[in-house]
Design a protein around this ligand. Structure first.
Ligand code: PLP
Length: 278
């Protein structure tokens, strides 16, 4: 398998990164995961727009590379039916480790690779809640993911699929790698986009699809108590599309797939998806 490393496609076992790269030393880097469906890219432009935004917010220069060509070359080398392309841009290599980079000529470093994963678009998820221990700029898709990793690990230990992150005021921001929705009386509620959550590419596509179906969508805070009384709970991400939740901290959510709004959304989502693959 080949990976993209700073301008070249190289064998994955020959791809090495400097220990002086700030991505390695400080998590001084940003990333994207783009869904691949039938060897095509889903919502590519939206992901690259968000990548550019993340870079700008961190004052990392936008690398002069053609991300579409990189993705296409990777998918030529390794055709996949379903999975993702991971792209990471670090601030680059700095020989003398120091927190600041002011006045130094550092070139951003780009890596990308394909990851095949079987589609699992019908799974009911079990989720737990976990304190949101992250920093205050979760709208930037940075690689500082330790708090996300700890939350997701706790979910795995408790035989669950995802951890919903609760802040100090008791509001659920999002999952460790998903956006969250509550469905109550045919209305879809999801937390508003602030600096405490990632503006999910799938979230946007999901809300647009719901609006095209005539479903009312509202951006509002959510608590665990509210979620426990929900008709349905959904999670969305580029690797999952939108999946329903059947259990929250061990309590069953009465999810009936055949009668669910989720099923209607799923059908419309998959139909609309075809127009957004390149
Ligand atoms: N929230 C977090 C914290 C994430 O890491 C992700 C995806 O990785 C999402 C939400 C979903 O975003 P997207 O739909 O763009 O994949």
């Amino acid at each position: 398998m080949k990976v993209y490393l700073d301008g070249k496609l190289v064998d994955h076992d020959k791809a090495t990164v400097s220990i002086f790269d700030r991505g390695f030393l400080f998590s001084d880097s940003v990333y994207e995961v783009i869904q691949v469906c039938n060897n095509k890219l889903f919502l590519f432009n939206e992901h690259i727009e968000r990548l550019h935004r993340s870079l700008k917010e961190l004052n990392i220069p936008i690398p002069a590379v053609d991300f579409l060509q990189i993705c296409r070359n990777l998918l030529k080398d390794q055709e996949i039916v379903y999975g993702g392309i991971y792209i990471q841009v670090t601030r680059g290599r700095q020989e003398n480790r120091s927190h600041f980079w002011y006045g130094q000529n550092i070139k951003p470093f780009v890596v990308a690779f394909v990851q095949a994963s079987p589609p699992n678009l019908y799974k009911n998820l079990k989720v737990i809640t976990y304190p949101d221990l992250r920093w205050q700029r979760c709208d930037i898709k940075s690689n500082s993911l330790l708090a996300n990793v700890l939350a997701r690990e706790e979910a795995a230990v408790r035989a669950s699929d995802e951890a919903l992150l609760i802040n100090e005021s008791g509001f659920i921001n999002e999952g460790s790698s998903t956006n969250v929705y509550m469905i109550k009386q045919n209305k879809v509620i999801t937390p508003p986009l602030r600096e405490n959550i990632l503006p999910g590419v799938t979230r946007k596509f999901c809300l647009e699809t719901l609006i095209s179906m005539g479903i009312t969508c509202e951006e509002s805070t959510l608590t665990k108590q509210e979620l426990l009384t929900a008709d349905e709970i959904w999670l969305s991400s580029s690797t999952k599309d939108v999946l329903p939740v059947e259990e929250l901290d061990g309590s069953k959510i009465n999810f009936n797939r055949d009668k669910s709004l989720w099923l209607k959304l799923h059908e419309n989502f998959q139909k609309r998806k075809i127009d957004f693959l390149i």
